[in-house]
Design a protein. Sequence first.
Length: 320
Amino acid sequence: MASYIIYNLDWENEEEMIQALGPDYQVKVGECLKSYYSVLNHICALGDVEKMYIPPVMDINKSVTDNQLLLEQALAKNINLKPGDRILEVGCGRGRVAAHMAGHTGAIVTGINIDTNQLAQAREFNDKLGLNNEFIERDQNNLPLPFEDNTFDGFYEIQALSLCKNPRELFKEIYRVLRPGAKFVLVDWVSLPAYDPTNPEHADLMRRVKPLIGAVGTPTPASFEAALTEAGFEVTLSDNPSADGLQAPLIDKVDGYFTSMQSVISGMVKMRLLPVHLKTLMDRFCLDGEAFVKMDNMRLCTTTYRIVAEKPLNGSSNEA
C-alpha cells in the first residue's frame, strides 16, 4: 500500500519527486514498483488477466485473453517478425507475451523486467514450452541497456513506458541496439487531447486511474512521437487500434473479475484468513476501475495507443 505514493507524482516534476522521496527518488520509485507488481502479479494471475494488461478491442465478441492474442499477432505483423529474428521486449512481465510472439513467429525474444518474481515465472513458463527466449532483470530507467550495438531485429512493448522516467533517452538506447531497418512498436498509456489537467473532474479521475494502471508518467502521443524522432526513428503509424477508440467493453469484463475477487477476499478477511490490507487493495481496484471506464468513455486517456517506427536502413548507432 505504501508503494501508491509514486502514483501521486510525475516524472516531469522532479522537484516534487525529490520532496516526496528524497534525492535518490529514482531508486525508491523502483522499489515501490517492485512491491506494487509483486502483489498485482499474483492477483491478476488468479483469473482472466494473466498478462496484466487490458488490450484494445480487436473483436468485441471475444474474451480479454483472445483480444490480447489478436493484438500480439497484429504487433508481430507491424514489426514483420520472422523465424530466427532476435526481438527486444521492455516490461516482459511473466513472459506470456514473449511466449506467444515466439510461438507465433519463430522469433527469439529477450525480455527485461524489474521484478525477479515475474522473471522466474517467465523463465519457467517459456522453458516448459521449449522456447529459447531469455529474461533479464533490469530497470528500464537504468541506462545504457546491457546490449551491443545493432543486436536486435525488432522491438515491442505493451503498457510498460508509463514507468519510464525519460522516454527520449530510452528510445535512443533502443535505437542503438536495433539493426538498421528494424521496426519498433509500442502500445501504451497516454493522455488524449480532450484531457484538461485544469479541469477538476479530469484531474480527480486521473488521480484515481494512475495507480490502477501503474503509471508514474503522463505521456501523450505527440510526446512519444517527438521522442522517437529525436532518437533517429521514422514514425510510420500512430493510432488507437481499439474499435471506436474505446477499451471500455473489455475494462468492464476485467472489472467484473475484480469485483468477484473483492467479495471473496472481503469474506476471507472477515474470517481472518487474510490480512486487512488486501481488502483495502481490492476495494481500491474496484473503485478505480469505474474511474478508468469513465475516462475511457470521455476519451481522456487510453492504455492502447499504438506507435510504429523504423530505424532507417542507413541509420548508424552513433546518430542517437
